[in-house]
Design a protein around this ligand. Structure first.
Ligand SMILES: Cc1cc2nc3c(=O)[nH]c(=O)nc-3n(C[C@H](O)[C@H](O)[C@H](O)COP(=O)(O)O)c2cc1C
Ligand SMILES: CCCCC(=O)C(=O)O
Length: 345
């Protein structure tokens, strides 16, 4: 099976509830679809007669050189996709030099993920729960497990209006690491764990408590990007949460240029949502992103072939990205700029 076939095959392999949870978005799923389409609408503008015999796909994010710009997005409940779960995905990331982000809603103890991942790059995604004991434990696990950064997700005061989950009532079919009651959680219970009182005033405290750089995930506008700089974040992820929170919000691709302008190089900018091909990542970097997160494609690989499938998805993205640099006449990823893309009129 080719990685391109994983999405359709995962739909057959997974139960309807789990598949709807993984694949679905908020409302009419307009933003979910637009996330993919927005990258496709941006045209690449190549240069010719450039020596592209050697290419350099590496980028610098949070002060560290990384072999390519792909970061595995935090995704909850990976055991519902495959028994390899988060350890499988973390190993796939390590094998491909991708930074791995562990969801707060992990199915696997973060300390076990850290032990399995060895020296590979990993970040901890933090949800601030009403239960601060759970939240503090995740921060502690991040410190103990050599996680390099805390990715605080800021677009989830509570869960979005997700028709697929409302219809299926999907109850996660394993015990996630954080849970309130020891019993499986319905969508409404899961969504209500989050602390909707979280504000900008709370962010710096997490940096102090953890001693880790903070990345704010879920920023879509320049004013919030400026505030992220002011509260001391080391980076932001321009993201609409894979179209899962508020339907009809703008795509990461559309939001990126204004955010990059506002940030003006002071902190790192990542983007996610709908990145499906290596050339999508090249477009993101051309528009000023330092790296991209990839979500569902990795899950489909995991669902079909466990850790190997997730690794094959990442390998293909990296290969496509490398080939894009060559065919675009821009052999160094860090030289990508707006002259290599034409945005839709
Ligand atoms: C099944 C699923 C679970 C997710 N869980 C989390 C999560 O726990 N924390 C988080 O910050 N984002 C979560 N996200 C959002 C992703 O990190 C990411 O923003 C999004 O999936 C990127 O879009 P893509 O799937 O189109 O690549 C989840 C996304 C999916 C599809
Ligand atoms: C309450 C589950 C949080 C996981 C998540 O972020 C998502 O499903 O989008």
């Amino acid at each position: 099976m080719e990685p391109a076939d994983f999405e359709a095959r995962a739909a057959e392999l997974l139960g309807a509830g789990a598949h709807g949870y993984f694949a679905g978005g908020a409302g009419d799923e307009l933003t979910l679809r637009d996330n993919v389409e927005a990258w496709r609408r941006i045209a690449l503008a190549p240069r010719v007669l450039v020596d592209v015999s050697e290419r350099d796909t590496s980028v610098t994010v949070l002060g560290r050189r990384r072999p390519h710009p792909f970061v595995v997005a935090p995704m909850a409940y990976q055991r519902s996709a495959h028994e390899d779960a988060e350890i499988g995905t973390a190993r796939a990331a390590a094998a491909t030099g991708s930074t791995f982000v562990l969801s707060s809603q992990t199915s696997t103890d973060p300390r076990a993920v850290a032990a399995a991942g060895g020296a590979a790059d990993r970040w901890m995604q933090l949800y601030v729960f009403r239960d601060r004991g759970l939240t503090d434990d995740l921060v502690q696990a991040a410190r103990e497990g050599s996680f390099e950064a805390l990715v605080i997700t800021v677009d989830f005061p509570f869960g979005g209006w997700r028709d697929r989950d409302r219809r299926s009532g999907y109850v996660v079919d394993h015990a996630p690491y954080v849970q309130l009651s020891g019993t499986p959680l319905t969508p409404a219970e899961r969504h209500a764990m989050h602390d909707p009182t979280l504000t900008w005033d709370d962010i710096a405290g997490f940096g102090e408590a953890s001693g880790l750089p903070i990345v704010l995930k879920g920023v879509l506008g320049p004013a919030d990007a400026e505030r992220a700089v002011q509260v001391g974040a080391a980076g932001i992820v321009v993201s609409n949460h894979g179209g899962r929170q508020l339907d009809t919000v703008l795509s990461g691709a559309a939001a990126l240029p204004a955010v990059v302008d506002a940030v003006a190089g002071r902190i790192d900018v990542l983007v996610d949502g709908g990145v499906r091909r290596g050339w999508d990542a090249a477009k993101a970097l051309a528009l000023g992103a330092d790296a991209v997160m990839v979500g569902r494609p990795v899950l489909w690989g995991l669902a079909c072939e466990g850790s190997d499938g997730a690794r094959r998805v990442l390998e293909q993205l990296v290969t496509e990205f490398d080939s894009t640099l060559g065919l675009l006449g821009c052999p160094r990823a860090e030289d990508l700029d707006a002259s290599y893309v034409v945005a839709p009129a």
